[in-house]
Ligand binder design. Structure first.
Ligand code: GRG
Length: 294
């Protein structure tokens, strides 16, 4: 475990250094926009998606240097989605990653534009990945576009907004979680694999791993929302309770939710059998996400 903690801290540093290099600095015009982008980007995110991206590249025999642009791209897309999700017209949150949200510091218009610019940067970054013969730049752009669009991130957000205050069937909740959470986790490992010129079998295995881990991650997130104080999670107090959102614990109960998260993580790990020892880090990461208490 201490080995994994050290690994996570080192990977976090590596990703932060790359993001710092790749996002225009705060002295570049328009300065307020770049400050706003950096405010949310360097507010203390866990960097799970880029870390998964790099681990998937290594599982496929690739290198950090080749995977780093895709790793930064998924973090840019993720941070954009958080900035927009926090806006007054969406969740209207004051705090994120333990600091005031982008719109609280820079105003709504600037936060909206900082999110837009980070999303655009994500697409620019995947085109910087050295070309691997099986996965040309257009294929990586397509991968990111599908995840960002109406069938996944945005679609999941819309289904979530439309479901507010309703008791949704489990199938609808699963659609929301697949769109908002599992799709980007899946794309993170798939883009890592693409940078390593992964075979179709490896791509499929990582797809299955990503979807199962992503759903388990979101179920655990829902469980922690019930079992931990909102303060510890750095979120606005009691949001989900106030708006009576459907969650796994609300629909299935806590114990059944935990069992489902374990089942999904086992399935995720089984999907990695095609890799053997090179997937040890991915397995550790899936177990770590399942057992996290934050
Ligand atoms: C397109 C506006 C828009 C939204 C898309 C992704 C999303 C939908 C909304 C973001 C809010 C949210 C609760 C998403 C679910 C996924 C999730 C648990 C995100 C938090 O991820 P962590 O824990 O966060 O990895 P850090 O801050 O560590 O990066």
């Amino acid at each position: 475990m201490s080995d994994l903690k050290e690994y996570l801290a080192q990977r976090c540093q590596l990703v932060d250094a790359a993001l710092n290099r790749l996002i225009p600095d705060a002295a570049t015009r328009p300065m307020t926009l770049h400050k706003a982008m950096r405010h949310s980007m360097f507010a203390g995110g866990k960097r799970l998606r880029p870390i998964l991206c790099l681990a998937a590249a290594e599982a496929c025999g690739g290198s950090i240097d080749d995977a780093i642009y895709n790793a930064c791209a998924v973090e840019c897309l993720h941070t954009y989605s958080l900035i927009h999700d926090d806006l007054p017209c969406m969740d209207d949150d004051d705090m994120r990653r333990g600091v005031p949200t982008c719109h609280k510091v820079y105003g709504e218009a600037m936060a909206l534009l900082a999110g837009d610019a980070l999303q655009a940067l994500a697409f620019e970054l995947v085109t910087k990945t050295p070309i691997a013969s099986l996965h040309p730049a257009a294929v990586m752009v397509l991968e990111l576009a599908r995840t960002a669009g109406s069938l996944h991130l945005v679609g999941g957000q819309v289904a979530d907004l439309e479901g507010e205050g309703k008791k949704l069937p489990l199938e609808d909740l699963r659609f929301i979680h697949e769109g908002k959470t599992a799709a980007l986790l899946t794309t993170s490992v798939r883009l890592g694999a693409m940078s390593a010129n992964a075979s179709p079998d490896q791509m499929q295995a990582l797809h299955d791993f990503g979807m199962a881990t992503g759903l388990a991650f979101q179920i655990i997130d829902d469980i922690l929302d019930v079992t931990q104080t909102s303060e510890k999670l750095g979120k606005s107090a009691g949001k989900d309770v106030e708006s009576e959102k459907s969650t796994y614990p609300a629909l299935m109960g806590l114990e059944a939710s935990r069992t489902e998260a374990h089942r999904l993580t086992e399935a995720a790990n089984r999907a990695l059998d095609v890799f053997g020892d090179s997937s040890t880090r991915l397995r550790q990461l899936a177990d770590y996400l399942l057992n996290r208490d934050y």
